[in-house]
Design a binder for this molecule. Structure first.
Ligand SMILES: *Cc1c(COP(=O)(O)O)cnc(C)c1O
Length: 345
């Protein structure tokens, strides 16, 4: 059975055009910087984000970890959102591998970190204290609903960071979704950040890979640590070829995913027993809960939907996140709404 898969945008398989480009990619040993396709991808990523240089990495988690390891020393502290991927979903890498301590502060409902909270968390110079080194923002903020942070907010945080001799790292796993949703350029959105990670392997549909971008000096250091972590890859142009299509083509079509997420949310709002979050979706994620009077839980709904050919995931016992992407068309949206209705009957 061909499933309709709304569990995440990480489930996207490469497009036929990507498969072809991968098969025909010119390659070389990328540890020697000899892979022309990787070099082209890195140049393109740096150019599109308005930064000096970029590095192809196997995953977003490694990209974020490299940024943390370049910006921070052992014993340093990083201000992160308590609902951020870096804090919750990267296996504690900063502490385990970098000896870096997170200072989690509350994410506001709009995905931001309150300026007063950041300000209060910056350590004063004291022999007892860790040294605050870095602020991390996430755009779009996944757990807060896939909500995008604005260019103006990011500018304010960049200013606050730099004024206090801190760096700003942006976990921009879905930064192109954030840009399209707000009709601003990615370059504008990331301008205040010293480093940015974004994923090719999510809504941009590449099979593997993320990009880390920043200054030449920052990327040179990150390249060294990538090797240390075992992330130096060889004829990896076969993957970079898909990434180039992600950047040149797939970034242009993310608005379709957002429109389908809206259509999905509108449809689900008509279904008795479901409560779609107010304001959802902001980008390509629809968040919803089961109404209190529904006598079944999310796991039971998930099983019934699976039997009907639709894969969804739960966030908690009664909460779902649905993610639209390249392989979700209008028919899939309609089928999902009817499968939900059926599962609740
Ligand atoms: C997916 C994701 C990452 C990490 O990417 P992986 O490639 O899965 O390691 C980082 N941050 C956010 C917000 C993400 O959604």
């Amino acid at each position: 059975m061909e499933y309709i898969d709304l569990r995440s945008d990480t489930v996207t398989k490469p497009t036929p055009e990507m498969r072809e480009a991968m098969a025909e990619a010119e390659v070389g040993d990328d540890v020697y910087r000899d892979d022309p396709t990787v070099n082209r991808l890195e140049e393109l990523a740096a150019e599109m984000l308005g930064k000096e240089a970029a590095l192809f990495v196997p995953s977003g988690t490694m990209g974020n970890l490299l940024a943390l390891l370049v910006h921070c020393q052992r014993g340093d502290e990083v201000i992160v959102g308590n609902q951020s991927h870096i804090y919750l979903n990267e296996a504690g890498g900063m502490s385990a591998l970098g000896g870096i301590q997170p200072c989690p502060i509350q994410n506001q409902p709009d995905g931001s970190l309150a300026i007063k909270d950041i300000f209060a968390s910056i350590r004063t110079e004291d022999v007892h204290h860790p040294i605050t080194r870095l602020i991390c923002l996430e755009n779009t903020q996944n757990i807060c609903g896939g909500v995008p942070l604005t260019a103006e907010y990011t500018r304010q945080i960049g200013e606050l960071a730099h004024h206090n001799h801190l760096r700003l790292h942006l976990d921009g796993a879905r930064i192109f979704n954030a840009a399209i949703a707000q009709n601003v350029s990615v370059e504008e959105l990331v301008k205040p950040a010293d480093s940015v990670m974004f994923c090719l392997s999510k809504g941009l549909a590449a099979p593997i890979g993320s990009m880390l971008v920043g200054t030449n000096k920052f990327i040179a250091r990150a390249r060294h640590i990538r090797k240390m972590l075992g992330g130096g890859m060889r004829q990896v142009g076969v993957l970079a070829a898909a990434g180039i299509i992600s950047l040149e083509k797939m970034t242009k079509r993310l608005g379709e995913d957002h429109a389908r997420a809206r259509k999905l949310a509108d449809g689900l709002r008509q279904v008795e027993g479901l409560e779609v979050d107010a304001g959802s979706p902001y980008t390509n994620m629809v968040y919803l809960n089961l109404s209190e009077n529904v006598p079944v839980n999310a796991q039971q709904i998930i099983q019934r939907m699976r039997d009907d050919g639709v894969l969804v995931d739960s966030e908690s016992a009664r909460r779902f996140r649905l993610v639209t992407h390249f392989w979700i068309d209008d028919a899939a949206v309609e089928k999902t709404v009817s499968a939900f209705a059926k599962s609740l009957r």
